[in-house]
Design a protein around this ligand. Sequence first.
Ligand SMILES: C[S@@+](CC[C@H](N)C(=O)[O-])C[C@H]1O[C@@H](n2cnc3c(N)ncnc32)[C@H](O)[C@@H]1O
Length: 371
Amino acid sequence: MLEYGVRTLDTDFPYHDSLECAPEMTCSSLTDLNDAQTITIQSDMTAELPMLDVFMPMMKSAAIIAAGRIGLFEALSDGPRDAASLAVALSASEQAIASLAEFLVTQSYLEQHGTTFANTPITSRWFTSQGIVDYNPGLIWTAQAWDLMSGLADSVKRGGPDKSLWDKMVDRPEMGSDFSRYMHAFARHLTTDLLDNIDLPPGASRMLDLGGSHGLHSISFCERHPELTAVIVDLESALSFTEDLIERKKMSDRISLLPGDLLHADWGTDYDVVFYLSVAHNQTAEDNLAIMQRIHQVLRPGGIVVIHEYLDDQPILAYHAAFKLTLLTETATRIFSCQEISQWLAEAGFAPPIRLDLKPIEKGSLLVARR
Ligand SMILES: C[S@@+](CC[C@H](N)C(=O)[O-])C[C@H]1O[C@@H](n2cnc3c(N)ncnc32)[C@H](O)[C@@H]1O
């Protein structure tokens, strides 16, 4: 388990590198650990047929998203089926289903046995309700993201979107709901990392979950710690199903919602732990500094802030570079370095944070700092 505020850490959790990110350490030295994981895309076809490098990733992405949207992977979750049976189950054209399924076989998302198609083990594991985490909501959201990314050239020229993602969600509430459902799937994937590695201060009874959206992290911690209550602050657009989820988990008396802009909302006070999970990249550096100062004020002495982020380390990961472009088209914000976040925390009065890089590193990092 972790001890905060010490230079060397022991952790018996096997899936993490753990290290302290004190302000005086240069964060670039920490990132050497990640060099070996830099992703490069290689294709031996592209030298002679360069457009394949553009066309094939587009078709792969389009086909997987289409399969998710029409429910193809879920329809195969009980076993193999032929195109005729899938067409009936999905109200689709038999010939078109066969074309989609054949392409997905070439991309290793499906297997073909004679005339029947089946999910591969990986597809079953990640894209059906029988898997560990069902990322089908991620496919539904990626269909929305596809639309947003078609404006990338304009966003590059402007330095941001024509309208922020949050404003688009006010105009089109289904976008907010799709996004939260995707975040909920991702949170199911992340919640064990949090539960296994975050020790609450002794006797902790109050938690603030800034940008808590679907509520899963608050629910998981309240389930683990029976004496804990939580307040979730998020935009109205992100809370479309949170209340239902909390009710289903019989937590309505312990978890409350505070809809609104966290930059202006009154969060309450006397918290033992504040979650700021994947929210810093949606704010400017100036706003993040102000938020850290407010978090310090609302924490009791000895309380902790837990930050989950994708850190802007050098050399940059391909995934982080792609995420920066996503942020450019969504909110005109960016990811930050460990050093920048440590600086905000120090200015706000926190002890130097402890850093945990999750595995794989594309899953992000946790920074934990004590008041
Ligand atoms: C990437 S999601 C992370 C959701 C959740 N914390 C998690 O880890 O799964 C970012 C969340 O921050 C919320 N958010 C961003 N800016 C906000 C603001 N100014 N006020 C309130 N919520 C905000 C978004 O609505 C969204 O739910």
